[in-house]
Design a protein around this ligand. Structure first.
Ligand SMILES: Cc1cc2nc3c(=O)[nH]c(=O)nc-3n(C[C@H](O)[C@H](O)[C@H](O)COP(=O)(O)OP(=O)(O)OC[C@H]3O[C@@H](n4cnc5c(N)ncnc54)[C@H](O)[C@@H]3O)c2cc1C
Ligand code: SF4
Length: 328
């Protein structure tokens, strides 16, 4: 480790001012991403602003039956919140599929959205990485790229977005509320994360000095029929190879509406509106689910070691849709 300034923010305004005053400052929430990266020299903030004193720790009901989730709500508390379990099982399941109980007890809603790539070359400063050092090259393109993305990639970066929670929130049309020196604004979760294009170091629409204050999940009655399936190398404590967050509105065997997002295969939480539209007004059966899966992966580009992910993601999605349709 190296010397850095440590400040504790007493209020949201305080946090925003402390961060905004230093271009090399970072917020510290649960620390499960940031401290790791500091230990590996991947991130070297000059100032760390602890936001653990902020009262962004509640889950509140909002108009129409949605939920407002404070940015500092811990992943364990959110996964086990009775209203989340009842109204948005997909979100609870995605959270419980992530990391370990100890990590979930520390990890926060805001920090989870901003967790960084698990690409091995990003985390080892001996390797070239455009995300860590723009213009240095991408070691994964012709390296070991088994865990890397097949959707939303560029020639500059093929790292997947690692969050499980964000995939469920993408399917649920969540809205991220952020506050900065200029006031508050909202960003739809599906637009919050950026694809790498030629700037893989720019990962989200958040500006320096902005604090995530909450995530709003709008009401979605048919989300009671939702679920998350994650496929990984180990049964627990492993990042996803392919995952699917789905919600289905099925009446009399016909799909009225569908929500689908994929994880582990794309550079951001990957919502697939074309596959959703293709399912609307069709029978909830294997043929329809197969067509949706083909559409969802239609733009996939495989690299040397990750072609298996395309078939894996299709099968994961078909299994998730089949199970969701069977929920009473
Ligand atoms: C061994 C291991 C296994 C894991 N496995 C999984 C997994 O399977 N699935 C999964 O989804 N995740 C997994 N994770 C990642 C974990 O979920 C994240 O590390 C965690 O959610 C980050 O939250 P945090 O509060 O600890 O963030 P921090 O480390 O405190 O912060 C992360 C980043 O977000 C910024 N930040 C935090 N809060 C705010 C805010 N309110 N506003 C603006 N910026 C903010 C920080 O400045 C920092 O840049 C794993 C992590 C580890 C270490
Ligand atoms: S895939 Fe992205 S994160 Fe990994 S080495 Fe390439 S540029 Fe870096």
């Amino acid at each position: 480790m190296y010397p850095f300034q440590f400040e504790s923010a007493a209020s949201e305004q305080d946090a925003i001012a402390l961060l905004g005053a230093n271009p090399d400052a970072r917020f510290l929430a649960g620390g499960t991403t940031l401290v790791d990266l500091m230990k590996h020299d991947v991130e070297r903030p000059a100032r760390v602003v602890d936001i653990n004193q902020l009262s962004l720790t509640t889950v509140e009901e909002i108009d129409g039956g949605g939920l407002r989730i404070g940015a500092m709500v811990r992943n364990s508390d959110l996964a086990n919140h009775p209203l989340v379990r009842e109204r948005y099982p997909v979100l609870s399941q995605a959270l419980l599929a992530g990391a370990s109980p100890q990590l979930r007890n520390m990890a926060t809603t805001g920090g989870n959205l901003l967790q960084r790539a698990r690409c091995q070359y990003f985390r080892d400063v001996a390797n070239a990485c455009n995300k860590r050092e723009p213009g240095s090259g991408c070691s994964a393109l012709h390296g070991i790229n088994r865990i890397h993305a097949v959707l939303g990639t560029s020639e500059q970066c093929i790292a997947t977005h690692p969050s499980d929670m964000a995939v469920a929130l993408a399917a649920l049309d969540a809205i991220v509320r952020v506050r900065g020196a200029g006031g508050e604004r909202t960003i739809p979760l599906v637009d919050f994360h950026l694809m790498p294009h030629d700037r893989p170091d720019r990962e989200t629409r958040l500006e320096h000095g902005e604090l995530i204050v909450s995530v709003d999940v709008p009401p979605l009655p048919f989300a009671k029929r939702s679920l998350y399936i994650k496929v990984r190398d180990r049964a627990s404590y492993a990042f996803t190879l392919a995952s699917a967050a789905v919600a289905l509105d099925v009446r009399d065997g016909v799909i009225r509406a569908a929500r689908i997002a994929l994880g582990g295969v794309a550079t951001k939480p990957w919502r697939v509106p074309d596959a959703e539209s293709a399912l609307e007004n069709t029978s909830a059966d294997g043929a329809a689910f197969g067509r949706a899966a083909e559409l969802a992966l239609s733009g996939a580009v495989a690299r040397e070691h990750n072609a298996f992910k395309i078939e894996l993601a299709k099968r994961t999605l078909i299994r998730a849709l089949t199970r969701a349709a069977a929920i009473a």
